[in-house]
Design a protein around this ligand. Sequence first.
Ligand SMILES: Cc1ncc(COP(=O)(O)O)c(C=O)c1O
Length: 394
Amino acid sequence: MSNSKVIENFNNFVIPNYTRNPIVLVKGEGVYVWDGEGKRYLDLFSGWAVSSLGHCHPNVARAIQKQAATLIHVPNIFYTEQQGLLAKYISENSFNGQCFFCNSGAEANEAAIKLARIHNSSKGKYKIITMKDSFHGRTLATVTATAQPKYHIGFAPLVEGFTYVPFNNLSEVAKAIDDKTCGIMLEPIQGEGGINVADMEYLKGLRKICDDKGLLLIIDEVQSGMGRTGKYFAYQHYDIIPDIMTLAKALGNGTAIGAMESKKEIGKSLVPGSHASTFGGNPLACAASVAVFETIQSENLLENVKKMSDYAFGQLRNMSEEFNIIKEVRGIGLMIGIELKTEANEIVKKCMEAGLLLNCTHETVIRFMPQLNVKKEHIDEGLDILKGVLESIS
Ligand SMILES: Cc1ncc(COP(=O)(O)O)c(C=O)c1O
């Protein structure tokens, strides 16, 4: 089908809730994707950190093919090997909790909010404190948890029971707690907020506040999880353990899957009938996600993230000396933000025209989130394009 026909179908039949680039993507392999006219793009954004093993990694593709030919879906009134195995991988690589599966980050966070409430329902506690510039999803509860007013416009009345405080500010959290508060929810690195990294003392302090006041610490690892920061989960850089953690994006490397893990004694509150998802934890998505864990281990990708992170930060810091337009480079592992002194959108667009996919977050931040198995030459190729664009505008 021609590009114009594809776009015509969208114009006629797809609700225009996304700002789309006039590009039809048809194929992906490793760090590259191709459009319908054969133009190749270097993808150093991984589609919001989803395609973390690169596009169509052979292990993931094989696992999906095999599972698709064996068993695609059965309802959650039965057991399947794949769901149990995936829960084991998540649990053993984090805090030995138990998992609930769903299909997206928003649903994982929705489950976390519901669990926090039901777990505290006998005490009449239901309020959750979230952080300004956070992002937790687009369902009504998770968009309310998302403390960015731009995402709320037109959706009132929002869900009751969320209190917003500034990120990285412990005293404001302490002030916001009242006798109805049941939890604190945050991303260890805010992605849509502009790659803001939680301070060490802050996350440790939040853990202590939760312990002292009997609150649940809910860590949203939807974007930062699954090896992105050089550890399986970003909270592991902080020497703390959450009560509840949520995952999605890279978990299935492109198959739709979300997960919520909680400590065992907390998860028990989600009694049969209290929460469910028809597709959640289906064998197809779970087989793909198991292949993701196996590949992270067999290809030693956490090590690669650390090495490539050092390399990328080095190159980017050199660039920030060369280009006055760069205000700051920050992040952990391969979750990197390049904050500019100006709007970043046009620069990201120019990079795309030159064959490099990046992203602009929070107006002034270029988001750089390459695949966990990225090589130096890909980083060089991408940064050369970015340099060219920065030179052309300065
Ligand atoms: C930290 C975080 N939480 C939740 C979500 C929502 O995930 P989904 O779009 O899969 O619902 C996102 C998406 O960007 C995210 O970055």
